[in-house]
Design a protein around this ligand. Structure first.
Ligand code: C2E
Ligand code: MN
Length: 426
């Protein structure tokens, strides 16, 4: 297809009334050690052919270890080709840096072309790449896609490339067995139960704390439990349920352990003397306030901010720590953090899902880590399910993890932890 035709195609196309958006994906990846650099030419030739047929164009940069590729074309085709690329065994740690839309192709001449940075003079390499550009206007520096080219060529982000080993280089081996509470005690006068899930430091094999998660008496979810309650009933039940949590914790032998409980912010605000009542429950079970962390979800906090901070002051004055839960899942995260600094934040599972594959998630989490380090706020993550997520987060400097990868919540009990063990090479 000639350049002009491509250029026209590059504008938003209308095909039987259906808009085709010109889509750009940029990713970075690492060449596998066992792949000869020489073999890349063949790979590019076949990619060029395949991409051409799918009307996808682009450029591939290589610096001796890493690839950096821009793909552009109709959305479905670009995404389908990117999915195939992610599966390719010749490279690993594929991280999507940008997915965006544009009025015209930046590199519209060929399906795929490889550009080896090592064969060019450092000072001129960027210009040489830009000279291959096909934008109607001079490629400009305020274009995000081109900024990514610059950072790759100049290697200014290299310290943020965490090269994690394959998922199967670790085994997760449950040690010991789950402990269960006496069922008589668990349900004595209670309309609820609790499941416990540890938050662990996988490399030092340490249980950092144990979180108590409310359940119906039959083991149903927190949603099921709270859905049956209305208005003030809900806040009262939220507070009262903690009696069961502490009693179970005591029975499970968690007296020496840091215990995390969840409270709606409005439970503290609406129930008079809530923090005092909480303290009484703690003491009645032979526990101490210093071992208790109260986790709040951010979304409800901000509406009655001053009443909330007053309650938090009472908690802190008695020795209880506070944590913002689900950080990054709601709308108020950063605004809340600007006004109120907890002892800990727990990054939500929505934010860390597949973090090893996503440039935006990596950037956000790195910024959060840096921010919390400046404020001496501890960081943990919730919902870790994949070994790669854990490895990436651990490389980024997070050491406290909660998730099914290590242990699922156990109803009226404490589960065994599957600690990671590095597989030894055969
Ligand atoms: P949370 O405090 O973030 O608790 C962690 C939730 O994530 C738990 O769900 C847990 O089962 C789940 N989880 C942990 N690891 C993984 C994982 O690897 N993958 C997946 N898919 N899920 C994982 P659960 O027990 O259903 O609790 C949901 C939410 O309900 C809690 O989120 C918390 O915000 C709230 N909640 C729990 N107990 C209480 C309570 O006593 N009072 C109040 N107000 N809220 C509670
Ligand atoms: Mn929580």
């Amino acid at each position: 297809m000639c350049y002009m035709a491509r250029h026209l195609l590059g504008l938003v196309l209308t095909l039987s009334g259906h808009k085709i958006m010109l889509t750009t994906i940029i990713y970075r990846s690492h060449l596998c050690d066992n792949v000869a650099v020489k073999s890349l030419e063949g790979m590019v030739a076949s990619a060029n052919l395949k991409n051409g047929m799918a009307d996808v164009t682009g450029i591939l940069l290589f610096n001796g270890t890493h690839f950096f590729q821009l793909l552009e074309g109709p959305e479905d085709q670009v995404k389908a080709i990117y999915r195939t690329i992610c599966e390719d065994k010749r490279h690993y740690n594929v991280v999507e840096l940008l997915c965006d839309y544009a009025p015209a192709r930046r590199f519209g001449k060929v399906g795929m072309e490889i550009f080896d940075l090592r064969e060019h003079d450092r000072d001129e390499v960027l210009q040489t790449i830009l000279d291959k550009g096909t934008s109607r206007y001079q490629l400009t520096w305020n274009d995000r896609a081109l900024q990514f080219f610059r950072t790759f060529v100049e290697a200014t982000e290299k310290e943020n490339y965490f090269e994690i080993p394959p998922a199967d280089s670790w085994e997760f081996i449950p040690t010991g067995s789950a402990r269960h509470a006496d069922p008589q005690l668990a349900f004595k006068d209670a309309d609820c139960g609790f499941a416990f899930q540890p938050i662990i430091d996988p490399l030092s094999q340490e249980i950092v704390s144990v979180e108590a998660l409310v359940r119906t008496a039959g083991g149903g979810s927190p949603k099921e439990y709270f859905d049956r309650l209305s208005g003030d009933e809900l806040y009262q039940a939220d507070l009262d349920s903690k009696k069961v949590a502490f009693a179970l914790a005591k029975d499970l032998g968690l007296s020496e352990q840091t215990l995390a409980i969840n409270l709606l912010p409005m439970t503290l605000v609406n129930i008079p003397d809530a923090s005092h009542k909480l303290l009484q429950m703690i003491e009645q079970n032979g526990l101490v306030p210093e071992q208790v962390i109260v986790e709040f979800t951010e979304n409800e906090v901000i509406s009655q901010f001053s009443a909330f901070t007053q309650s938090v002051r009472d908690l802190k004055a008695s020795g209880i720590s506070v944590s913002i839960d689900h950080f990054g899942a709601g709308y108020a995260g950063l605004q809340l953090l600007a006004r109120f600094q907890p002892d800990r934040i727990k990054i939500s599972q929505e934010l860390i899902r597949d973090v090893h594959k996503s440039g935006p998630r990596q950037a956000i989490i790195q910024a959060l880590i840096k921010c919390c380090a400046s404020l001496e706020i501890a960081v943990s993550v919730v919902g870790v399910e994949k070994a790669e997520e854990w490895m990436w987060l651990e490389s980024a400097g997070i050491f406290h993890f909660q998730g099914h990868l290590f242990a699922e919540p156990c109803f009226c009990g404490v589960p065994a932890v599957a600690w990671p063990e590095k597989k030894t090479a055969l």
